[in-house]
Design a protein around this ligand. Structure first.
Ligand code: GLC
Ligand code: CA
Length: 510
């Protein structure tokens, strides 16, 4: 990596698309690839640099597509291979990168590999999955109980760290490694710019299959599984990707709440390019907690040459505003934080509209893990059916679907969308924000103040986490470039942060 010429993904902002809920083009109530294609201009207008699509591959949909039965084909629900190629090409034509979701830990139980594996104990693919005569105490995620399911015909248990319909692959088998490398090549050959890798920390298991006391305490193994062999698996994936021109990127989901452990998945520059660090995903809008997560990142990642990522929401967790007790002010301030920290930010679809989670009756829930609220469909138009013509969408709309609709927010200067657009434009135009150093300045404990600098380019960011005004003398002598509430933009900063206000400041003479 050449510091003078950093790879594109260091300066980029990536937008996560959850395709089922993004936009529906054929009126069956489920978002699809044509729906995404039709909204590429929206993403370009917002000003993001790339998109990551949650899985769109063939799947029985036991875990909404994270249970894949063919890695190299598109599920008819979402479209076709040709449509995916068009989407990649049209995104590229707008300067947008495309990342796909690579799910290496498990397949669907309907994947032909697993159908063969379970056909008989001496099937050549038996060892592609993890079969044992006796279970241990490992627990599955998504409320699935034991991580072992009994297969009556062949009289053994198979391992699944998630649903029983998601059997875990055996990555110690070289044939599995080769087949999965082939999956990466299939998509790299079609021009994708990289992959988000699902639960990479889960791929290697303790070979002794020892009971784990943390599972006794009720936690799923996937919350902490962290075996050395995962790094070997990852180095193999990295070699495949590095064999392609054009700075393809691997972004890994390391779903362990320890920044220090997350760091290990960058390897020695030979594993992940970017690792998700989820500690801020759980944090309420609290200065102490945020300062701690940010300090942890500063302490561990940059000294090791690892480029940070920032994620405040995704398809598995409540939305920012819902986590911040419904506060739009906090959601807006968090957008300033997300887009001005040092590292690559990820925006989950709908955050740019300030959406809340949908309230969904038990009967209408579709996810075994109870994550439906943040997966509600995007309201495009103010009037029902909010741009979802035809069958009703697969989940109900979020609250305020009329007033928060994208159509209204695109033209309103004081909208959440407009704030994101201003922040993204400011970031694009400033080397300090994209690539510069990070220095925190001493401030009142309810504030966070930091400086970003790259050679002569400098910005100051002041964030008020609480609902009362605070003096912020650091900002005197600077101009307000972007304010989370729009107040005073283009004018000298008056030294006061309003309740829950966050400001991006630039030097006067800039
Ligand atoms: C990841 C995905 C989640 C999925 C799980 C199993 O955590 O983000 O949606 O259920 O892996 O694939
Ligand atoms: Ca559809």
């Amino acid at each position: 990596m050449n510091p003078q010429n950093p790879p594109w993904w260091q300066g980029a902002v990536i937008y996560q698309i959850y395709p089922r809920s993004f936009a529906d083009a054929n009126g069956d109530g489920i978002g699809d690839l044509q729906g995404v294609r039709a909204r590429l201009d929206y993403l370009a207008e917002l000003g993001v640099d790339g998109l990551w699509l949650s899985p769109v591959f063939r799947s029985p949909m036991a875990d909404a597509g994270y249970d894949i039965s063919d890695y190299c084909d598109i599920d008819p629900l979402f479209g076709s291979l040709d449509e995916m190629q068009q989407l990649i090409d049209e995104a590229h034509a707008r300067g947008l990168k495309v990342l796909l979701d690579f799910v290496p830990n498990h397949t669907s139980d309907q994947h032909p590999w697993f159908l063969e594996s379970r056909a008989s104990p001496d099937n050549p693919k038996r060892d592609w999955y993890i079969w044992r005569d006796e279970p241990n105490n490992w627990r599955a995620a998504l409320g699935a109980g034991s991580a072992w399911s009994w297969d009556e015909p062949t009289q053994q248990y198979y391992l699944h760290l998630f649903l029983p319909q998601q059997p875990d692959l055996n990555w110690r088998n070289p044939a599995v490694v080769e087949a999965m490398h082939g999956v990466l090549r299939f998509w790299l050959d079609r021009g994708v710019d990289g992959f988000r890798i699902d639960v990479i920390h889960c791929t290697a298991k303790d070979e002794t299959f020892a009971d784990d006391p943390r599972c006794l305490a009720g936690l799923p193994l996937s919350d902490f599984n962290d075996q050395p062999y995962s790094h070997e698996i990852l180095r193999g994936l990295r070699r495949v990707v590095d064999g392609y021109p054009g700075e393809r990127v691997l972004v890994g989901e390391v779903n362990i709440r320890s920044t220090e452990r997350v760091l290990s998945y960058y390897g020695a520059g030979d594993e992940l390019h970017l690792a998700f660090n989820f500690t801020p995903l759980d944090a309420p809008w609290d200065p102490i907690l945020f300062r701690t997560c940010i300090h942890d990142v500063q302490q561990w990642l940059p000294p090791a040459g690892a480029w940070p990522t920032w994620v405040l929401s995704n398809h598995d967790n409540p939305r920012q505003r819902s986590r911040y007790r419904g506060s739009l002010g906090a959601a807006h301030a968090s957008a300033v934080l997300l887009l001005t920290l040092r590292g690559t930010p990820f925006i989950y679809q709908g955050e740019e509209l300030g959406l809340l989670d949908a309230q969904i009756d038990a009967a209408a829930r579709s996810d075994p893990g109870g994550r439906d609220g943040c997966r509600a469909p995007i309201p495009w138009q103010a009037a029902p059916p909010h741009g979802w013509e035809g069958a009703a969408p697969w989940l109900p709309f979020p609250p305020e679907a009329d007033s928060r609709a994208a159509e209204l927010q695109r033209t309103a200067a004081d909208s959440t969308f407009a704030l994101y657009r201003r922040l993204l434009a400011a970031r694009k135009a400033s080397a300090a924000l994209r690539l510069g150093g990070f220095e925190e300045l001493a401030a009142h404990p309810e504030l966070m103040v930091y400086r970003r600098q790259c050679e002569g380019d400098v910005r100051l960011i002041c964030i008020n986490f609480v609902e009362r005004a605070h003096a912020c003398p650091h900002g005197l002598g600077w101009s307000v470039q972007v304010a989370s509430d729009g107040a005073g933009e283009g004018q000298p900063f008056d030294g006061t942060l309003r309740p829950l206000q966050a400001v991006l400041l630039r030097p006067h003479e800039d």
